[in-house]
Design a binder for this molecule. Structure first.
Ligand code: ZN
Length: 484
């Protein structure tokens, strides 16, 4: 099975004025070389994530040494080579320095070495274009810093490889950014242990959150919730997973559990609704913190119904799929319904198409689980005939079985380096708030092709009339029962 670049190229096409066919030729003709100063902290992890991100585009990729720079140990090179071959077994990682027309990315603090250089510092990144001096830094970095650095370098490379439209990006010459403080990197705050934390959504953002947790050596327990299996197009848009995983149609919860060997993972192959059932049946404890990585308003409303003490909801989207966001929500407000009041009536999700095509009520489709004979009794004969063969099968699989994939406007492809920035905001907020849970709640949004900007943070209050306000007493009682 050859690697499917359709989604990463589609994201690229939406950001550029070039048609998809020409774009593919341009991206395939581009050459990127990466040099790594192995003496810098987290340089090996940064290199692995950066090269894997670059491998998710069909460009030519080189890893080279440079004069006066410590090279990566052989073990690290083997690990990185292995990882890239899992994403695309047919495109080799070349070694050595290519011709002058290559884009040169350098992991290190010497801005005379590459076109763009960056290092992890604390939980964040310092990035400079050629000739711009790096400020002093602590020389101490975390895995979160490594992923943020790799994502930032990939973003700059993306703008160089893809002819991104002038009004859809900004060339970043200097970047000093920490996803915990949203300011310049500083001595890294301590990473809490995972205690009653749930990750809901194992997609582009969920795999990026897992990548960051692993890079941080995070330990403890984590509930992971996702209904789907890992598919071929996910290889080039997610931060974890291989072509072999796609061929095996591995459940995303199982993939994440495998990638987090140092964390006690409890997987639930379902949605937030199934997590609520598991809590109410005392199968899993009520999570205190939820990391949200889902991609629809309905799924966010399911998460809101959990009423966890803190929800950190990551998002990607916008016209070009390059906007990243974080919504910090609590049961007393703002809740996720305050942020996402309701699905627009014009939206045509798979669930809505499914309701139209089958006659099943939307609430029944949202609830999931298995289709029963009872579900068919109230349907008209034509709908009943269409569904008869699916009795006993999961309702969530019906959309795919009936060939429904959502409309184009609904489906916004994302890229791993974009989702990694949303995930960094989620994990950064978790670290920040664990040090001071009383901090005000924030709504953060910026475009990954512009980079973090001033004004990207808005304080948030509850929306008057939202359920978290009108049903406050009921929600408090539900929370009390679930926490017992
Ligand atoms: Zn609310």
């Amino acid at each position: 099975m050859s690697t499917d670049y359709s989604r990463s190229l589609r994201l690229a096409a939406t950001s550029s004025d070039t048609n998809a066919g020409d774009l593919r030729a341009l991206v395939e003709a581009a050459t990127v070389v990466v040099t790594v100063d192995a003496a810098e902290p987290q340089s090996s992890v940064t290199a692995e994530v950066l090269l894997a991100n670059l491998r998710r585009l069909p460009s030519r990729l080189y890893l080279a040494g440079a004069a006066g720079i410590t090279t990566l140990p052989t073990d690290d090179l083997q690990r990185i080579t292995q990882r890239l071959s899992e994403i695309d077994p047919d495109r080799a990682l070349h070694h050595g320095m290519p011709g002058d027309d290559a884009l040169h990315l350098h992991i290190g603090n010497r801005s005379d070495v590459g076109d763009i250089a960056a290092i992890a510092d604390g939980h964040g990144v310092r990035l400079r274009r050629r000739g711009l001096a790096f400020p002093p830094h602590a020389g101490l970095a975390t895995g979160l810093g490594a992923v943020v650095t790799a994502a930032a370098l990939t973003g700059e490379a993306f703008k160089a490889i893809v002819p991104v439209a002038a009004n859809r990006h900004r060339t970043v010459d200097e970047l000093d950014f920490c996803p915990v403080t949203l300011e310049a990197p500083c001595a890294p705050a301590q990473v809490p242990s995972l205690d009653r934390v749930a990750l809901i959504g194992g997609g582009a953002i969920g795999t990026a959150i897992a990548l960051i947790l692993r890079a941080l050596n995070a330990a403890g327990d984590l509930i992971i919730v996702d209904p789907q299996t890992f598919d071929a197009p996910n290889v080039t848009t997610y931060s974890l997973g291989s072509c072999a995983d796609a061929a095996a149609a591995l459940a995303k919860v199982d993939l994440l559990a495998r990638e987090l060997p140092d964390i006690q993972v409890r997987g639930i192959q379902g949605t937030a609704h199934d997590l609520i059932l598991a809590i109410d049946n005392n199968v899993v404890p009520m999570p205190r913190v939820v990391f949200g990585g889902v991609d629809s308003i309905d799924a966010r409303h399911e998460i809101a119904s959990l009423h966890a003490a803190l929800t950190l909801d990551g998002s990607t989207g916008g016209d070009t799929g390059t906007r990243v966001g974080l919504a910090e929500a609590t049961p007393t407000g703002p809740c996720l319904r305050c942020y996402y009041p309701a699905a627009p009536v014009t939206s045509n999700t798979v669930e809505r198409q499914l309701a139209e095509k089958t006659g099943l009520p939307l609430a029944r489709i949202a609830a999931g689980d298995l289709l029963t004979d009872d579900d068919l009794t109230d349907l008209d004969p034509q709908h009943r005939a269409a569904l008869a063969d699916h009795v006993g099968k999961p309702i969530c699989g019906l959309g795919r079985a009936l060939g429904l994939t959502g409309t184009d406007s609904e489906f916004a492809p994302s890229a791993a380096f974009v989702a990694q920035q949303a995930a960094a905001l989620v994990v950064g907020a978790w670290i920040r708030r664990s040090g001071d849970p009383g901090l005000h709640l924030r709504d953060i949004e910026y475009d990954a092709l512009f980079g973090p900007v001033s004004g990207m943070v808005q304080p948030r209050r509850a929306r008057p009339g939202c359920r978290c306000q009108t049903d406050a007493a009921l929600i408090a009682r539900v929370r009390q029962v679930r926490q017992q």
